[in-house]
Design a binder for this molecule. Structure first.
Ligand code: AMP
Ligand code: GLY
Length: 443
């Protein structure tokens, strides 16, 4: 079957590897030349993925029969509606259903309207006067979010980037004036405190098939310090849970996502594709922090290498609307560490050569996924985004972490990575933090 892959990051490389295992013939549209994806594709074209008319024209000329959309940008541009109008079914939501990620106000309003658990109190604003009045009454710490897409850099939190209400007002002013996220509108919500985790699920509009939970690391530096990034690495456990996540909480998260897709179907915007829920376990229980309308990056690299069922079959079930609710994964732990350009999170050094010994990396047993690099003349160069994802897969977290570290020894250049991800000390810190938060729940 001819399948179109849209996107050129490590998430898409992991998608393409899973499709290849299923025997798909892959055609890729990406803006940078990702050598892993280029190798796995029958053909690729370098093109802006958000220029949906061009993407559709190319896909039709290649006779593709199914498409899978990696990044949120083209989803927000309505690529699924366009491709489907041309007879190419898509693993990905329509523009209306992609609002769950693209429009943070829609996502929160939907949860409120349907009384879905995990809702965080929020309000949308388009002027500073109303914000001032709201804050005077609210009195608690808040988070400020532009409504639209900001590449993970638009959210600012009191106690972190914002120290007090003056800072909050200044940032709100900036969003409203510069239309950060594309609109002169923002939401303010209650600041939650706790450990975060990701739950990804396949959806066909009616049925939700969840995957193992994953924990990403958003901060650039070890010990969860420094600027926020798209994610520096992630891990998952063989039992689908995380060391600080109970089975009960996992089930609650699945239930919140189920209620969300039911609500969307009821309102006439059924959700199909991969739904990504970002959750936080707080003293007040489980909270939904945000939805994404796609696989996570890095989180796709934790789940796809351990997928037992045939990926292409799942994709076809998603578009045909007959998805099985139970998808199987190997009972393995995974640790993914991202290699990123020096300066990533602030200002990346672009165009730097990264040396890697692909054979030696694979000999360690680790999986290698190319991210937003450019290949020229057989050499790999950094872009402003993340460069390589290295994933250890093993029976235990400790073994998976060791494999990822062994593989990282075969990479050099102006790049860095967080060695602490998945290490026992780092996991212990998360468990201890969660115990403290749970303790304060009963206190
Ligand atoms: P988002 O773009 O909505 O995922 O936000 C980015 C990050 O900001 C999340 O992963 C959280 O770490 C943090 N965040 C978002 N909303 C909240 C909230 N209501 N309380 C605390 N942290 C939040
Ligand atoms: N890991 C964060 C994201 O994919 O948005």
């Amino acid at each position: 079957m001819k399948v179109l892959n849209v996107g050129g990051g490590a998430r898409e490389h992991s998608i393409v590897e899973a499709l290849k295992k299923s025997g798909a013939e892959i055609y890729t549209v990406m803006k940078n030349k990702n050598p892993g994806i280029a190798d796995a594709s029958v053909e690729h074209v370098l093109m802006d993925e958000c220029e949906t008319e061009n993407v559709a024209e190319w896909a039709i000329s290649k006779g593709v029969e199914l498409a899978i959309i990696g990044p949120e940008g083209p989803l927000g541009e309505g690529i699924v509606d366009l491709l489907e109008s041309k007879g190419i079914p898509c693993v990905g939501p329509s523009k209306a259903a992609a609002q769950i990620e693209i429009d943070k106000e829609y996502a929160r309003d939907l949860m409120k309207r349907h009384n879905i658990p995990g809702y965080v109190e929020h309000r949308a604003f388009d002027n500073l006067e109303d914000i001032k009045q709201f804050l005077e009454q609210f009195g608690r710490d808040v988070v400020v979010k532009p409504i639209g897409l900001t590449g993970g850099k638009g959210v600012k939190i009191m106690g972190e980037q914002l120290q007090n209400y003056d800072d909050v007002l200044a940032y709100c002013g900036e969003i409203l004036e510069s239309k950060i996220g594309g609109q002169s509108r923002l939401i303010i919500e209650e600041r939650c405190i706790g450990e975060e985790f990701t739950l990804q699920a396949f959806c066909d509009g009616k049925t939700l098939a969840p995957m193992p939970a994953v924990q990403d690391h958003k901060r650039a530096y070890e010990g969860d310090e420094g600027p926020n990034t798209g994610g520096m690495g992630s891990y998952s456990e063989s039992d689908w849970l995380l060391p600080f996540l109970t089975e009960e909480e996992y089930k609650q998260a699945v239930d919140i996502m189920k209620q969300t897709i039911e609500a969307m179907a009821e309102e006439g915007t059924p959700y199909k594709g991969v739904l990504y829920g970002q959750f936080m376990i707080t003293a007040e229980g489980l909270k939904l922090i945000e939805y994404n309308a796609r696989f996570g990056d890095p989180e796709s690299m934790n789940v796809l290498p351990t997928l037992q069922d045939d990926f292409l079959t799942i994709c076809r079930q998603i578009v045909d609307g007959n998805l099985s609710a139970a998808i199987s994964f190997d009972r393995k732990a995974t640790v993914c560490k991202y290699v990123v350009p020096v300066g990533y999170g602030v200002e990346s050094l672009v165009g730097e050569k990264i040396h890697l010994d692909e054979g030696a990396i694979r000999n360690t047993g680790a999986e290698l996924f190319y991210a937003s690099v450019n290949e020229e003349g057989g050499q790999i160069y950094t872009t402003s985004s993340r460069s390589l994802g290295i994933v250890g897969v093993a029976n235990t977290l400790t073994e998976a972490e060791s494999i990822s570290e062994e593989a990282l020894r075969h990479i050099s250049g102006k790049a860095f990575m967080r060695h602490d991800i998945g290490k026992p000390e780092s996991i212990q810190r998360k468990i201890a933090r969660m115990e403290e938060i749970r303790g304060s729940r009963s206190a």
